[in-house]
Design a binder for this molecule. Sequence first.
Ligand SMILES: *Cc1c(COP(=O)(O)O)cnc(C)c1O
Length: 396
Amino acid sequence: MLANRNKKIKPSPTLAFDAKAKEMKASGIDVISFAVGEPDYDTPNHIKEAAIKAINEGFTKYTPAAGIVELKDAIIDKFKRDNNLTYDRTQIVVSCGAKHSLYNIAQALYGPGDEVIIPAPYWVSYPDQVLLNDATPVILPTKAEDNFLIAPEALEKLVTKKTKAIILNYPSNPTGLTYDKKVLSDIAEIAVKHGIYIVSDEIYEKLVFDGLKHTSIASISEEVKKLTIVVNGPSKTYSMTGWRIGYAAGDVNIMKAMANIQSQSTSNPCSISQKAAVTALNGPQDFIDVMVVEFDRRRRFLVDELNSIEGMTCLKPQGAFYAFPDIKRFLGKSAGNKVIKDSSDLCNYLLEVGKVALVPGSAFGTEGFIRMSYATSMEKIIEGMKRIKSALKELK
Ligand SMILES: *Cc1c(COP(=O)(O)O)cnc(C)c1O
């Protein structure tokens, strides 16, 4: 018999849709995937070289569980440089990806009886990581009409004595929208008033458009900083998803707990990847600008295309590499004798008939939308949009 907790969770739906598309591709079907959650760029050469050097120099053994000093220092410098945040080495834990950082936080902070507020649309793993630790996710729905921003009154209404934390993600996967200083200040005020931790997933901080400047909620005040655990990592910024490095920064006692948990589970993150991450953070950053310019070009094209489809509306993403169009007008329509009831039906239809892979909004706790990643070439976006348009035209 499996442990009870297994009944509470499901496999990551984004990975599942991507796997389905890959399976179709492997069987010879020409599928265009907009389901991926990673940049379509290769890791820059200077970062690869650092890893090769680490291997050649024999840096292939266990490291301290919470990460090597050199990487912690590079992370400390990054926080100072980009976010005006000051941490010392005891306040940093390096893990095997930001997802792992978030999981360690969940293990360190959430337990039976605790409630964790998660604004929706949310990144797929947040509720399941809360559930895996026998705590309760409390979903705070937000609306496209409000740019998916958090209404402070709605947030405060959900706060109870059991509220342990709120998980924020900006720029957001799946909406591509982000929070400005005003919204962050409002959330911070509520967190401080009630003594709630803020888990701030800022993995897309560098992938922002239109000259936007990212603000970390931890930088709003010393009081907020004490309650905030900032999560970040090189996966998206440096196209390093396979290297599995992520990090968290915050209160010493929480970091100590996370380091202990890690020392009893995974031990250190990969030694070679840690060396690569040092070079990513300390080395030239111009690669990011090149990637952002290209993402921006695709974003503008894609959003115009989506909005040109009758019945579809899409907000202009401010960051990350996702568009999150409203597809409610297509629900209730039929393909042959099959009625498209929800976003999942629509994604299945578009995959089977249009040969285009997308992720349903329901995976992110928000029905009536689909997520489209534009971390794929312009040619594929052009061809994919043609397919989507013609498949949607077939719906009656
Ligand atoms: C991709 C992603 C992560 C996880 O990235 P890692 O590869 O585990 O570092 C975390 N949060 C969000 C919102 C993401 O999209």
